[in-house]
Ligand binder design. Structure first.
Ligand SMILES: [Zn+2]
Length: 458
């Protein structure tokens, strides 16, 4: 059992409890990995703990849920794609497919370092990790919560993705769920992870949904709509893409669709009716020029009661792995897109990154808010920084002024994983050198290289 922990006299505790209390001069007691008490410091004055963190200059939030985060390949080659490349997905999957176990371990470890130091305590890797056995050490050492799966497809695709027969893909997924679900004291969860309906047959999708149901777990896939995708789906199935998923029985409350740009009203009704959750990647959408003013549907999905989470997607899409910046983008891009400052208030953005995100991933009972009985996944922000001045409304300050660089301390399941800006599970300087070398090797081996810069590097 980890030592008990008291965060005392926190400047603010942003609880995300049912009343959405923000407790001034707050305290949080952590015992046996869980939050046991939350309240005013005065109310917890008699509380005893093995360790006390002085919270006078800290703002406490729930840990962030990063609902779509490919970490397996990109760190060694982050930033190689020029802005005018268009979609980098072809080279992405070639690079991903070329990783060795050792390379993937180091790339994933660096991804996890960046995630936890920016406040992510739980992330979904949507089927991109090829060697989870090799990466297990990184999951174990870091203490982070990981949702993993076997990424599968069974139809021809221009993208070099792992392709199997439907039976093989189902068997691989079943074996993965049996081997991985619940490992590391439940910190690892395993889901079914077909890539998309364009790359998977209806038979495969149905089989994977059945497996997810049987194992009491979830399924995630990439999904989008919009005029071109609708026209293509209508040609292939006689239905729009989301109506097609509903028609084959794929949608449901243990299904998470990623990206979901361009949905029409009827498609959003499908999601609401079936209880299907979504994860949106606001920075990827903006950087990729995906057209939030035309295709962004976050306000409409929330109005229908759809559970929505946020993700950072990939170190070659959003590029950063910072949920505070993702929250900021979610909050500001709809204001601009709709020319309406009332869209996606700061509080809503924080809900997406915490409680609503946890609900979208099916773990809302255990994670996503600071309430007694929940897992002690907490982020402590340092307010002794210029961007936190002056401090009146901590949610407003967090979402609009701050970023992950003010994450001071991170606690996952009661274990202090980052303390005073430092993690202690890996030598970061050595890891940076290693990942840079891997990037050089990977580009040489695959021949995927681009001019380093538009400007001469001399
Ligand atoms: Zn993805």
């Amino acid at each position: 059992m980890p030592p008990s922990l008291l965060i005392d006299h926190a400047r603010f505790v942003i609880t995300l409890d049912p009343e959405r209390r923000i407790i001034r001069d707050g305290a949080v007691l952590v015992e046996d990995r869980r939050i046991s008490r939350v309240g005013r410091a005065a109310d917890l004055a008699g509380a005893r703990a093995d360790r006390v963190i002085d919270g006078r200059h800290l703002v406490v939030t729930p840990g962030f849920m990063n609902g779509h985060m490919h970490i397996s390949y990109a760190h060694p080659v982050r930033g190689i794609f020029p802005d005018d490349l268009g979609s980098p997905l072809g080279p992405v999957f070639t690079l991903q497919g070329a990783m060795t176990e050792e390379e993937e371990y180091h790339a994933s470890l660096l991804g996890i370092v960046e995630l936890v130091k920016n406040g992510t305590t739980c992330f979904v890797d949507p089927g991109s990790t090829k060697f989870p056995d090799a990466c297990l050490q990184a999951y174990e050492d870091s203490g982070v919560r990981v949702i993993l799966g076997e990424g599968v497809t069974d139809t021809a695709s221009p993208l070099p993705l792992p392709r199997y027969t439907a039976e093989e893909a189902i068997a691989k997924t079943a074996a993965f769920l049996r081997a991985w679900h619940g490992r590391l004291d439940g910190r690892i969860r395993a889901w079914a992870m077909p890539f998309s309906h364009e790359t998977c047959s209806a038979g495969l999708l149905r089989g994977l949904r059945r497996l997810a149901d049987e194992h009491g777990t979830c399924l995630t896939l990439h999904h989008g709509s919009g005029p071109a995708a609708r026209a293509e789906a209508i040609k292939r199935y006689g239905l729009g893409p989301t109506e097609y998923l509903e028609s084959i029985g794929l949608l449901g409350d243990n299904v998470v669709l990623a990206h979901v740009l361009g949905l029409e009203a009827g498609e959003m009704d499908c999601l609401a009716r079936t209880g299907t959750a979504v994860v949106m990647c606001p920075v990827t959408a903006a950087k990729g020029g995906r057209g939030i003013p035309v295709h962004g549907r976050l306000p409409e999905l929330l109005a229908r009661g759809v559970r929505v989470g946020l993700g950072c997607d990939s170190p070659n899409n959003s590029n950063h792995l910072d949920m505070v910046r993702a929250m900021n983008m979610a909050a500001i891009q709809y204001k601009d897109a709709r020319q309406d400052m009332g869209q996606i208030p700061a509080e809503t953005a924080l809900e997406l990154a915490t409680l609503t995100g946890a609900r979208a991933l099916g773990v809302g009972d255990a994670l996503g808010s600071i309430e007694p009985g929940k897992q002690a996944d907490l982020v402590l922000f340092d307010t002794r920084r210029p961007e936190w001045q002056a401090l009146w409304n901590p949610v407003n300050t967090l979402v609009y002024n701050a970023d992950g660089r003010s994450v001071h301390t991170v606690i996952i399941g009661g274990r202090v994983v980052v303390e005073g800006y430092r993690q202690s599970f890996v030598d970061e300087a050595k890891l940076y050198d290693r990942v840079q070398e891997i990037g050089e090797r990977l580009q040489a081996r695959t021949g995927i290289t681009f001019p380093r810069s538009r400007w001469p590097i001399v």
